[in-house]
Design a protein around this ligand. Structure first.
Ligand code: SF4
Length: 369
């Protein structure tokens, strides 16, 4: 399996916790940006000749903020320059308040079949504090435009004064919108973002409080028929994100656009985060990469283990030996013995027990030693 990621770095305004490559003040550059993006897609298509791709993910930023023609144009260019499998999963990220019927229809016509909506919380005062551009009602209006489609919602845990009851009510709102997939992320206040000041002032829940809120979300989602197929991701059976599963299985992916990362032929490379630098490079037919690293040996093995153990499906020792040429159980004998209480081992399959997924970092780090 392989995926394509396209980055749209425009948003209406900046959320207080946002550390992504999104530049509300640069929206006037969108025509030029998309012209360059289409050009990069062409170059990446040549680079990936002979490979077939199963998923496309258009993320950002807020892809739904720009006119639909830019997004459908990107998809047209992808179809022209890449070989897609017969039934690709094509996702677009949407912010409530930026979708209308016309845009939704354009997305459907272009073959987009999965919609990932940033809900974050069902409480308007919390949305306002995060500088989100929408209300809880906007989320439902947005879902209504996507009725009957494959919808996912993002929810944030660890907001100021957030209670377990609010987390559950937020999940109820997502369910009322008809979602079949929910990503639950714990807020990580990064230095330089406005919310970091709240963090320094002690206005955000402690790590333990956030872990409790997370548990409340995980238990409630289980009650509602969602299973946790990755540390932060919950889905009804059959609605897992194929695009993200490919990342966790250490599959190949190619990215285009500002800040996009790729993993291809054992090399991981990342584009510049700066829009002007990006366009200047693409205009002269250069890939706008700022870093590139061949991942091999122990690093590749550890990546395979780290990514796989984040998921419900875990890792296959058979696949490990096919990829790396030696026996997983033999090489990691002492680590497995040390962490055996946390692991489920069935034949060649190794996974972290459900109830210990929240301490996965400690378990995974053991395999680095
Ligand atoms: S909508 Fe998303 S990408 Fe845009 S500013 Fe908010 S968090 Fe960042």
């Amino acid at each position: 399996m392989s995926g394509i990621y396209i980055h749209i770095p425009f948003c209406k305004s900046k959320c207080t916790y946002c550390d992504f490559a999104s530049y509300p003040k640069e929206v006037s550059k969108k025509e030029a940006y998309f012209a360059c993006l289409y050009r990069e897609i062409e170059g990446r298509g040549i680079q990936c000749r002979g490979k077939t791709f199963d998923t496309v993910y258009i993320g950002g930023g807020t892809p739904s903020f720009v006119p639909a023609k830019f997004i459908t144009g990107a998809l047209k260019q992808i179809r022209k320059c890449f070989t897609l499998s017969e039934n690709p999963e094509i996702t677009v990220e949407i912010n409530p308040g930026t979708l209308d019927r016309e845009k939704a229809e354009a997305y459907f016509d272009a073959g987009i079949n999965r919609f990932s909506i940033g809900l974050q919380t069902g409480y308007d005062e919390q949305l306002k504090r995060l500088n989100r551009i929408h209300t809880a009602k906007d989320f439902l209006l947005c879902c209504n435009l996507l009725k009957g489609r494959n919808i996912s919602a993002d929810i944030l845990i660890g907001l100021a004064d957030q209670t377990a009851e609010q987390v559950k009510k937020t999940i109820d709102l997502a369910l009322a919108g008809g979602v079949s997939h929910i990503s639950v992320y714990a807020l990580t206040p990064e230095p330089g973002t406005p919310i970091y000041t709240d963090y320094l002032n002690g206005a955000l829940p402690s790590d333990d409080e956030t872990a409790d809120l997370y548990d409340a979300a995980a238990n409630y989602l289980k009650e509602k028929g969602f299973y946790r197929y990755e540390v932060s991701n919950f889905a009804k059976k059959g609605f897992e994100s194929r695009h993200n599963l490919n990342y966790w299985r250490r599959g190949e992916y190619i990215g285009a656009g500002v800040s996009a990362s790729s993993f291809m032929d054992g090399r991981r490379f990342t584009n510049t985060y700066n829009i002007d630098e990006y366009m200047n490079a693409v205009i002269v037919n250069k890939f706008p990469e700022i870093s590139s690293e061949k991942i091999e040996g122990d690093d590749a093995e550890f990546e395979f283990i780290m990514l796989g153990l984040r998921t419900f499906e875990g890792i296959s020792a058979k696949k490990f030996s096919e990829l790396f040429g030696h026996d997983f159980f033999e090489k990691y004998k002492s680590q497995i013995a040390k962490k055996s209480a946390f692991l489920d081992i069935n034949g060649d399959n190794v996974r972290i027990k459900d109830k210990y997924l929240y301490v996965q970092n400690d378990i995974i780090l053991e395999f680095m030693r």
